[in-house]
Write a protein that binds this ligand. Structure first.
Ligand SMILES: C[S@@+](CC[C@H](N)C(=O)[O-])C[C@H]1O[C@@H](n2cnc3c(N)ncnc32)[C@H](O)[C@@H]1O
Length: 315
């Protein structure tokens, strides 16, 4: 791994989290350690970092990349849905700040054996944690056409979900989906990009299908909500959380979480007298999202779709 992954919006994350010397921070998606390294420099000389990743290879890479920080770093192979328990077990609670940089890293995308990319000459696995759950190819094998169409429509917001699901099921029956590249070719043949359409030539026709399968196998929607709840519980009063998301489904979850946790009453419609007992625990630090400037996007394509939201736990 090493040099291939540039951390996204890293200066904006550091500034928004308002961390400094001695802060204790959890990086829930430590990956190759890009954000973590900058956090450790900023919190030097005594600040501590708890790094989680669902991918064992990422933890091994972070260990190598962050070795110079010695015992200021604690790394755990874990899904961030259990951030609260991991933070308690490692003596990291209360935390001053928590970071989520969602999705997959450039290393995972570039590793042909993981099957994340359209060109991969290996079965589409797509799990962050290869030791648990179903791979994408197993999910395809076990799903009906209708279930597949539902996954593509819900998690990929794919308008041509029905047509693509039908083509995948037909290709599967003929044994034509062995590699991720085979899957991408089946999708591209069933639903080629519209010539002259908004996306023409810019994104691969299988982009939404691959996104949907990845979200499904990693239970990304479910674990994100659990992770945000756990992070909020692990933060100290006035502590901050920063979340970088890369597609609208994720960002919607983060936005709704912050809005919900910023309100005293969450009944809908608002009653004259609150009976739900919910109390606001957060406030959004910025109005709306922070996105990357043209210079960062030029240097790092992954920054194109990044949206950063930051919230502070109320005292
Ligand atoms: C965009 S990369 C993070 C890169 C990192 N910020 C850096 O600068 O090197 C996202 C990482 O999050 C991990 N990941 C995704 N979902 C996860 C989850 N639910 N729990 C733990 N790690 C997760 C992926 O395995 C991947 O390594």
């Amino acid at each position: 791994m090493g040099e291939g992954h540039l951390p996204v919006l890293v200066d904006e994350v550091l500034t928004s989290l308002a961390i400094g010397s001695g802060s204790s921070v959890a990086d829930c998606t430590v990956g190759g350690g890009g954000h973590a390294e900058r956090i450790l420099e900023t919190t030097s000389p005594h600040g501590r970092l708890l790094g989680l990743d669902a991918d064992r290879a990422a933890i091994a890479e972070a260990k190598r990349a962050l070795a110079r920080f010695g015992d200021r770093v604690t790394l755990r192979h874990a899904n961030f849905e259990s951030i609260y328990d991991v933070a308690v077990d490692t003596g990291s609670v209360p935390l001053d700040a928590v970071v989520f940089d969602l999705g997959l890293s450039s290393y995972q995308l570039a590793d042909p054996d993981r099957g994340f990319s359209f060109a991969a000459d290996a079965p589409p696995d797509m799990r962050f944690d290869e030791t648990s759950g179903l791979s994408a190819v197993e999910l395809i094998d076990r799903s009906s056409e209708r279930e597949l169409a539902g996954i593509l429509a819900t998690f990929g917001e794919e308008r041509r979900a029905g047509r693509i699901a039908k083509a995948i099921v037909a290709a599967r029956a003929e044994g034509r989906i062995v590699t991720a590249a085979d899957l991408a070719a089946v999708v591209a043949a069933a639903a080629p990009g519209r010539p002259g359409g908004a996306d023409a030539g810019r994104i691969h026709p299988a982009t939404r299908t691959f996104q949907a399968l990845r979200i499904a196998v990693n239970r990304e929607i479910e674990v994100l909500t659990a992770g945000l709840v756990g992070a909020l519980a692990a933060l100290r009063p006035d502590g901050r959380m920063a979340v970088i998301s890369y597609h609208s489904l994720e960002d919607r979850i983060v936005k709704r979480f912050v809005v919900r946790e910023s309100r005293d009453c969450i009944e809908d419609p608002l009653p004259p007298v609150c009976t739900c007992g919910h109390r606001a625990q957060l406030r959004a630090v910025h109005k709306g999202v922070i996105t990357a400037g043209p210079e960062e996007v030029r240097r790092n394509r992954r920054a194109r779709s990044a949206k950063l939201r930051v919230a502070q736990k109320l005292a």
